[in-house]
Design a protein around this ligand. Structure first.
Ligand SMILES: NC(=O)c1ccc[n+]([C@@H]2O[C@H](COP(=O)([O-])OP(=O)(O)OC[C@H]3O[C@@H](n4cnc5c(N)ncnc54)[C@H](OP(=O)(O)O)[C@@H]3O)[C@@H](O)[C@H]2O)c1
Length: 262
């Protein structure tokens, strides 16, 4: 059975910019009602005002805060009368730079936002998803959750955790008819690199090709509708992941050399 946006109830975290914002717009255009979560209230209000059907409900706050996650659950329950059809765990942050030079707080913050918050939000929403129509939990990971690279150790660790947890959850929830879709974008031209945690402005991210957030959101929605288990976005992303699967030692050697050189 395909997942259908029309009359569906969805929760999307990280709705104020980039991939999450584009995905909210697509879902609303196709007839879904969406609870969008993020900290920047002005951005969420803009979305609310541009949605003339009143299909977007904002929850303003930090997703690492339990009381905000509880509020999301209450708002989603009211909107869907207990039924939830889609949860998109999209909110995420990054950091660039050597692990040895970083503070313990950098690791903790990245793990809190990218892993513990989505895991705990999912835990409280599973009972509502069990009441949903062809329900899907969609976790926005990264190609760096398949192949780790130097100078992004905290981010890679958080996305590997999200990947492993998603695979485990998919098997656990199959009997309930809940699909877990893991979407792994590569570099996306969003505001992501403007809000890196504890990162010198001189630090940059190298990538082969990049996608606009609209394209990642369209690919994400298509994967949700088809109830796919996993999708890796972009040719560059696929090249990185499949080269690593073919020869991890070769990839280790290439990346170590790049790390020494940079
Ligand atoms: N951009 C890339 O190159 C890239 C590549 C692969 C994967 N991804 C993944 O794609 C996802 C979306 O990123 P993006 O590229 O669209 O970046 P983005 O434009 O920076 O969007 C990130 C979203 O997460 C929200 N967010 C961050 N921390 C939060 C918190 N503590 N509580 C609530 N919301 C929070 C932000 O909203 P507020 O600031 O308003 O809270 C924003 O809406 C992330 O999981 C990221 O890891 C991105």
């Amino acid at each position: 059975m395909r997942w259908k946006a029309k009359d569906a109830v969805a929760v999307v975290t990280g709705a104020s910019s980039g991939i999450g914002r584009c995905l909210c717009k697509l879902l609303i255009d196709r007839g879904a009602r969406v609870v969008g979560v993020a900290r920047r209230s002005d951005r969420l209000r803009e979305l609310e005002q541009s949605d003339l059907r009143g299909h977007f409900v904002a929850v303003v706050g930090d997703i690492t805060d339990k009381s905000i996650r509880d509020q999301v659950a209450r708002v989603a329950t009211d909107l869907g009368r207990g039924q939830l059809d889609l949860l998109v765990n999209n909110a995420g942050i990054g950091a660039i730079g050597p692990f040895a030079d970083a503070s313990p707080e950098r690791l903790r913050q990245v793990m809190e936002v990218n892993f513990f918050a989505p895991a705990e939000l999912t835990r409280i929403l599973i009972p509502r998803l069990r009441q949903g129509r062809a329900p899907v939990i969609c976790n926005i990971s990264s190609v760096l959750g398949h192949r780790a690279v130097p100078n992004k150790s905290e981010y890679c660790a958080s996305k590997f955790a999200l990947h492993g947890w998603s695979d485990s959850l998919r098997a656990e929830l199959a009997a309930d008819g809940i699909q877990v879709t893991l979407v792994s974008p590569s570099t996306t031209r969003s505001e992501f690199f403007d809000s890196l945690v504890e990162t010198d402005s001189g630090q940059t991210s190298k990538s082969i090709g990049s996608w606009p957030p609209e394209r990642v959101a369209r690919t994400t929605l298509a994967s949700i509708e088809a109830r796919r288990s996993e999708v890796i976005c972009s040719l560059g992303g696929k090249a990185l992941v499949y080269a690593d699967r073919a020869s991890p030692p070769l990839m280790n050697a290439i990346l170590s050399r790049r790390s020494i050189g940079s």
